[in-house]
Design a protein around this ligand. Structure first.
Ligand code: MTE
Ligand code: HPA
Ligand code: MOS
Length: 756
């Protein structure tokens, strides 16, 4: 079962927003954006630009018929800047022309004057100056203050992790055109069509039923189009509305990198207390999240950081403080893992430091503190059917970690300038949106009179294979060949009030909705079959391989039954909603059961470091992962491999650099290094742990989109271990990404003499 888009992708036949056939008279937008990170707009002169060739209009905040407000969680983000600008790349005006080149020419003719204001790029500086997105939040359990004195070891430190560019292959964009009904239709590259619909309706001052959003697929999102596609959807809608013409906006790669937010960088303080045996007794952590200039999804991202602050470990006393800091950078946003990786990284850093201080092995300390069945997370959820221990043990035995250790030690004894290191990484990632209300999805299924089936859901196909999973689910309800089932585009007129496809829950939730809708139709078909075959006992009727059996005897084909049903005027369509049961979270006390279940696994990562050049190669990543009952090995393996490589990139080579003026220096692929085939580990081995059927997942499976990214965190500590083998006496910074440049600076910062 492969992703059925693959072939079209390879042939270049798949259509993305910029590939759609467009009507005559299509106009193009170039966004005029702020060139200062913080300032007051004193004067803008559009006169030359307006006279420029092919210009149809220049649209500013004054042209907005509704509200100039697109903030999702907090209403703090205008679509187009009015008096003040808060980051470089913030949209100020839309230059609309007959061609992109004409729009670009005109854009260059706009004259603007700013009064520059102080720029903050560092979250701790923002905190000191009181620049916060929202008041700090605290999640706690037990009593850390009174536990420190019972600890044999108390270790403190700072851990930092960097941002990450999404680098979806299809850049942000949208195409919009006015409808005869006085409404507007938007084709958007978004993970959240409802979000685009809601914001555009607000900006245009229209009811939501006059805004239709349609998405066939997107060329990757990775979280970057959960909230931030909304801006471009609104931009296209506003211009189309204002000029009464079809309008398209497609960001160039460089504009996309400059104007959109990324994974949140974090700077965190930790303090961890342990018994002499190595049990964690208390953990205190303060997260300074670099949110950028407005809230976007930062509060929700920070929530998930808090939920994953202890990763897979049992900690009886915890105090976690979350501070979302407002800086003059593009608003940072969702990115695969959604704050979880940032939280887990600090925990691992704390354990690593503790192991050093105690003279214990890091992996022994990890093992000693892993959650056991029935243990409770500090926010109140108990872990049931936990495979944390099982995955860990299986990783150690299957991949023979003891012999890896031996081999690494021997290699390091023999080699002076090359050193090997390895590290284990457990992952336990909660599945469900942390905002409980978002855990709902809907589907609309039609069986046509020729037996073919059409399925619409709220899910967005972004390469993760969700459409294939839903198709397979529907095909199995009706026992028909998967080729009969067609996934329709995701459209707000067919699936309303949807959550974005995110939180790795897209297949679970939309798949369940499609399953319910299909079952509704199946029940009607069973009744029709019973009538046709003159039986009362419907349990004697069985659907198998496009055939309807009565007491084991083939009686009707699928096509014949559908014909009978249609002629007897049976409803062959059904809409269904699915709401994840049993989850709740009380935000007044920060306790509850926020997750339907956990995605769990362990990995061991081995690296070889060239200590003369600072460069490294990943020898292998070996994983034992609990997929529940995976019903799509190919898709799940692809997701696992992709997420691992993305996690390795985040930890090691992907470095986002803004200068003090808030200008992005790494705004092209020549300065921002992403994983390529040479970077990819020589070996990625994955064991699908045989576990029980996961009733909360689609067809017994478990969500897979994000969790394996966090195995990448192990790479950081594998490299540290290799560095320690080279120079054991140094204290290394817990600061990611640990780029080759950083490795060199750290290894040689104190004139280390190397004798070859
Ligand atoms: N895989 C591909 N190929 N492209 C993507 O953009 N996004 C990831 C993951 N896998 C992504 C991907 C993210 S951030 C999430 S939340 C999930 O897919 C969303 O899809 P799902 O809920 O269907 O797993
Ligand atoms: N994950 C991903 N996206 C989200 C979440 C979440 O937990 N909450 C809100 N948006
Ligand atoms: Mo994924 S970061 O939840 O879109």
């Amino acid at each position: 079962m492969k992703n059925y888009d693959s072939e079209k992708h390879v042939k270049g036949e798949s259509q993305f927003v910029d590939d759609l056939l467009t009507p005559m008279g299509l106009l193009h937008i170039i966004v005029f954006a702020s060139s200062v990170a913080h300032g007051k707009i004193l004067k803008v002169d559009y006169s030359e630009a307006l006279k420029s060739n092919g210009v149809a209009g220049i649209i500013t905040a004054k042209d907005i018929p509704g509200e100039n407000q697109i903030g999702g969680i907090i209403q703090d983000e205008s679509l187009l800047a009015e008096e003040y600008v808060h980051f470089i790349g913030q949209p100020i005006a839309l230059v609309v022309a007959d061609t992109i080149l004409h729009a670009k020419d005109a854009c260059a003719k706009i004259k603007i004057e700013f009064e520059k204001l102080p720029v903050i790029t560092d979250p701790r500086e923002a905190f000191k100056k009181g620049e916060l997105i929202m008041p700090p939040r605290v999640f706690a359990c037990g009593d850390v203050e009174n536990t420190w004195k019972q600890c044999d070891y108390v270790i403190e430190g700072i851990a930092e992790s960097g941002g990450q560019e999404h680098l979806y292959l299809e850049t942000q964009g949208a195409f919009a055109y006015p409808l005869e009904t006085g409404g507007i239709k938007i084709i958007s590259s978004t993970q959240g069509p409802t979000q685009v619909q809601r914001a555009s309706a607000k900006v245009l001052g229209l009811p939501m039923n006059k805004v239709e959003v349609d998405v066939t697929r997107i060329g990757g999102g990775f979280g970057g189009k959960e909230d931030q596609a909304t801006t471009w959807g609104c931009v296209a809608a506003l211009a189309a509305w204002k000029l009464n013409k079809p309008v398209k906006v497609i960001l160039s790669r460089q504009d996309d990198m400059r104007m959109t937010g990324k994974r949140h960088p974090y700077s965190s303080d930790f303090k961890i207390g342990l018994s002499k045996e190595g049990k964690i007794l208390a953990y205190q952590v303060t997260f300074y999240q670099n949110a950028g200039a407005s809230a976007d999804l930062s509060p929700a991202v920070l929530d998930r950081t808090m939920f994953h602050a202890v990763n897979s470990y049992y900690v009886p006393n915890v105090k976690a403080t979350a501070i979302s800091c407002k800086t003059n950078l593009p608003p940072n946003t969702a990115f695969r893992g959604f704050g979880g990786p940032q939280g887990m990284f600090v925990m691992e850093a704390a354990l690593y430091k503790a192991a050093e201080a105690m003279g214990m092995e890091y992996r022994k300390l990890q093992e000693l503190n892993l959650m056991k069945e029935g243990d409770e997370f500090y926010y109140g959820q108990t872990i049931e059917n936990s495979t944390i221990q099982k995955c860990w043990q299986e990783t150690i035995s299957k991949y023979d970690v003891d012999s890896i250790q031996k081999r690494v030690n021997e290699f390091n004894k023999k080699n002076k300038l090359f050193k090997k290191g390895f590290s284990l990484m457990p992952v336990c990632f909660g599945i469900s949106f942390t905002n409980t209300f978002m855990n709902q999805a809907s589907a609309l299924v039609h069986v046509y009179s020729d037996g073919s089936i059409s399925v619409s859901t709220g899910a967005i196909e972004m390469g993760q294979g969700v459409n294939m999973k839903i198709r397979q689910t529907v095909a199995s309800v009706f026992s028909v060949n998967i080729d009969r089932v067609k996934m329709e585009s995701t459209n707000t007129t067919r699936a309303a009030n949807t959550s974005p496809t995110a939180a790795s829950a897209g297949a679970d939730m939309n798949g369940k909705a499609a399953e319910i809708a299909s079952h509704n139709i199946l029940e009607r078909l069973i009744k029709v079959a019973a009538e046709k075959l003159n039986v009362k006992e419907t349990s004697l009727i069985e659907f198998r391989d496009e055939t309807i059996y009565l007491s084991g005897k083939a009686e009707l084909t699928w096509f014949q039954l559908v014909q009978v049903a249609f002629l007897s005027r049976t409803n062959l369509s059904s809409q269904a909603q699915y709401a994840v049961p049993g989850i709740h979270f009380d935000r007044t006390i920060n306790k509850g059961k926020p997750f339907a279940y956990y995605a769990i696994g362990s990995a061991v990562i081995e690296v070889t470091l060239d200590c003369l050049r600072g460069i490294f190669e990943f020898d292998s990543v070996k994983v034992v992962h609990d997929y529940g009952k995976s019903f799509s090995f190919v898709v799940d393996r692809g997701q696992t491999e992709g997420a691992i490589v993305q996690g390795l990139g985040w930890m090691t080579i992907e470095e986002i650099i803004y200068n003090k003026e808030g200008k992005l220096l790494t705004d092209a692929l020549s300065t921002y290094k992403v994983p390529d085939i040479h970077f990819t580990p020589k070996e990625i081995e994955i064991e699908f742990l045989e576990t029980i059927e996961n009733v909360a997942g689609i067809k017994g499976s478990k969500a897979i989109g994000e969790p394996p990214l966090m195995y990448g965190i192990g790479a950081f500590f594998a490299i540290l271990n290799a560095m320690k083998a080279f120079n054991p006496d140094k204290e290394y910074k817990l600061s990611a990404p640990i780029t080759p440049e950083r490795v060199l600076c750290e290894l040689y910062s104190e004139n280390v003499l190397v004798s070859v």
